[in-house]
Write a protein that binds this ligand. Structure first.
Ligand code: FES
Length: 104
């Protein structure tokens, strides 16, 4: 496993969202309400990138394609399709020095 730095910790702030590609993985680093998340940059509904999603103050992201909201903590979808959709795929954050990243 190797550490892949994604961002300087000092650059994270509420509302931060940035896409990265590490090897074949498309990732989305998010910081909202004081918490940092690393998820696959793909909506479980129809595989649309979540890059253009809207962060909501209660720790959710709304996919702009069809408006489904996902809880960033649990990854679960809300609304009528909640039980039919996969959860957002999370990746464990790793830290090295002043950087946040992922170990792959
Ligand atoms: S592709 Fe994201 S809500 Fe449909």
């Amino acid at each position: 496993m190797a550490f892949h730095a994604l961002e300087q910790l000092s650059r994270l702030h509420d509302g931060y969202m940035k896409a990265f590609q590490v090897e074949r993985l498309k990732l989305l680093l998010i910081h909202e309400a004081g918490k940092t998340y690393l998820i696959e940059n793909r909506c479980p509904h129809m595989d649309v990138p979540l890059t253009m999603g809207q962060l909501l103050p209660e720790g959710k992201i709304r996919c702009m394609a069809h408006g489904i909201e996902f809880d960033l903590g649990s990854g679960k979808a809300g609304g009528p399709l909640a039980d039919t959709l996969d959860c957002l795929q999370h990746f464990k954050l790793a830290y090295e020095g002043s950087s946040v990243g992922v170990e792959l």
